[in-house]
Write a protein that binds this ligand. Structure first.
Ligand SMILES: [Mg+2]
Length: 262
């Protein structure tokens, strides 16, 4: 009997709310990933979080019982660095954490310090050390002609005690100041979706996530199928009122092995 997973070659997994919640694995997730691997399916773990390196993500997954390689991890930081390097950008001022700093350096892009008065690009990601000085310098550099590129535009970062300002909130300060709109790399925008499918080996993709406005909207923008799992942020009520509609809604990842209907 055919199961849902049989219909796809590449499985693009969001992380938080899908594989784990904070520091705890979502029950059943390790078995689902292991079974997809046995079936020989392509897998990519796709995150908008530009703060963490692929090594750190793979180490966390492996520690939670989901053995993973850094090469299976697509981050908005990696895609941002590749996009800028492709365009010949060799220096950037960065509002961001270790993941994006390392990805840019690995791509041969010099990180400018706060004394810079010009830059080819200003890169904005999630940054828990962001302060007025950084936002001021970033805004001035954009006003003087730097390209404005954001790893992602998530409004908030869901923390155990509530929502913290996300990369999008920091970006909003610079966009509001300069009147310029950023080019955004992360979900739901196309660059990370395209890179993630390539990383998973291509073929017919299924995007699996817990957020309508990032994971599911990203799939819809590419005309790809998606599965919304109810183990994270979005609820069935959200689906009922959403302009973005997933191909299917599932209680959890085990739905991948339910019989295909229709
Ligand atoms: Mg998520």
């Amino acid at each position: 009997m055919d199961v849902i997973a049989d219909a796809y070659d590449a499985f693009l997994f969001d992380l938080d709310g899908v594989i784990y919640r904070g520091d705890e694995v979502v029950p059943g997730a390790p078995e689902v990933i292991a079974r997809l691997r046995e079936m020989g399916k392509g897998i990519a773990f796709v995150t908008n979080n530009s703060g963490r390196t692929p090594d750190a993500v793979a180490t966390k997954l492996t520690g939670l019982g989901v053995p993973a390689e850094p090469a299976e991890v697509e981050t908005s930081a990696l895609v941002t660095a590749a996009l800028l390097a492709d365009r010949g950008v060799s220096e950037a001022f960065v509002v961001g954490e270790q993941g994006i700093l390392q990805a840019l350096r690995d791509a041969g892009i010099e990180i400018l310090d706060g004394d810079a008065d010009h830059a080819q690009a200003v890169v904005v990601g999630w940054d828990r050390q962001a302060d007025y000085t950084k936002l001021r310098i970033a805004s001035l550099l954009v006003e003087r002609g730097a390209a404005l590129v954001a790893t992602n535009d998530d409004a908030s970062y869901p923390a155990p005690d509530g929502n913290w300002p996300g990369a999008g909130a920091l970006l909003a300060a610079i966009e509001t100041t300069t009147g310029r709109r950023a080019e955004v790399v992360g979900k739901p925008h196309a660059p990370i979706m395209i890179a993630a499918l390539e990383r998973a080996g291509g073929g017919r993709p299924l995007v699996i996530g817990d957020r309508l406005e990032t994971d599911i909207a990203g799939a819809a923008g590419m005309s790809w199928d998606s599965m919304l799992v109810l183990t994270g942020i979005s609820s069935e009520d959200d689906v009922a009122t959403s302009a973005v509609v997933p191909t299917c809604v599932a209680k959890d990842l085990s739905a991948l092995f339910e019989p295909r209907s229709g």
